[in-house]
Ligand binder design. Structure first.
Ligand SMILES: CC(C)(COP(=O)(O)OP(=O)(O)OC[C@H]1O[C@@H](n2cnc3c(N)ncnc32)[C@H](O)[C@@H]1OP(=O)(O)O)[C@@H](O)C(=O)NCCC(=O)NCCS
Length: 144
């Protein structure tokens, strides 16, 4: 019988090259200009999960501050490569971002989820999220 040993670790991305190497986890290719802006922006964080050195999942978060509220973390994107799902990576990335948020002094973390995204809802519940209700989203496309 063969035993397959895999090692997973989660690291914060600090270079555009790391973001580019993980771009299959994004909705589209990483652009250098946008990667540099993301990495340089205060309060922006991306954690990448590596399995045997291969990017298998990522979570991004953005701190939001307000004068009467302090600072909270918004979980912006969470994604696990299809071949690595259902192994606890999504939960571990979410927990790692929550830890990072705590270390940065955030009073809470939140995420918006499509109400029919069962995998994401189960993952956030598994990572300790409470149901804080349903809201409707409105947007303003501004690109020319
Ligand atoms: C959502 C996503 C990140 C989950 O990643 P994952 O690594 O497979 O999740 P985990 O293995 O950590 O699972 C965490 C929990 O969710 C449950 N879960 C995961 N996928 C599920 C599914 N498709 N249906 C039901 N439950 C599911 C697991 O059983 C586990 O529950 P447990 O802790 O009680 O055992 C992944 O499915 C994904 O990348 N989806 C596409 C992108 C997306 O929708 N992102 C979220 C946007 S808000």
């Amino acid at each position: 019988m063969r035993t397959i040993v895999t090692a997973m670790d989660i690291r914060r991305a600090v270079t555009p090259a790391e973001l580019s190497a993980a771009e299959s986890l994004f909705d589209g290719p990483a652009r250098t200009e946008w990667s540099e802006r993301f990495l340089a922006a205060p309060g922006h964080v991306m954690l990448i999960a590596y399995v045997d050195g291969v990017p298998a999942g990522m979570v991004s978060g953005i701190e939001m501050s307000h004068p009467d509220k302090g600072t909270e973390m918004c979980l912006y994107e969470l994604s696990v490569d299809e071949g690595y799902r259902r192994r606890g990576i999504g939960r571990d990335l979410t927990l790692a971002l929550a830890e990072e948020a705590k270390a940065r002094g955030c009073y809470g973390m939140w995420v918006g989820v499509d109400t029919d995204n069962e995998a994401a809802l189960a993952t956030y519940t598994s990572a300790g999220a409470r149901d804080e209700g349903v809201f409707s989203m409105r947007g303003w496309p501004l690109a020319p």
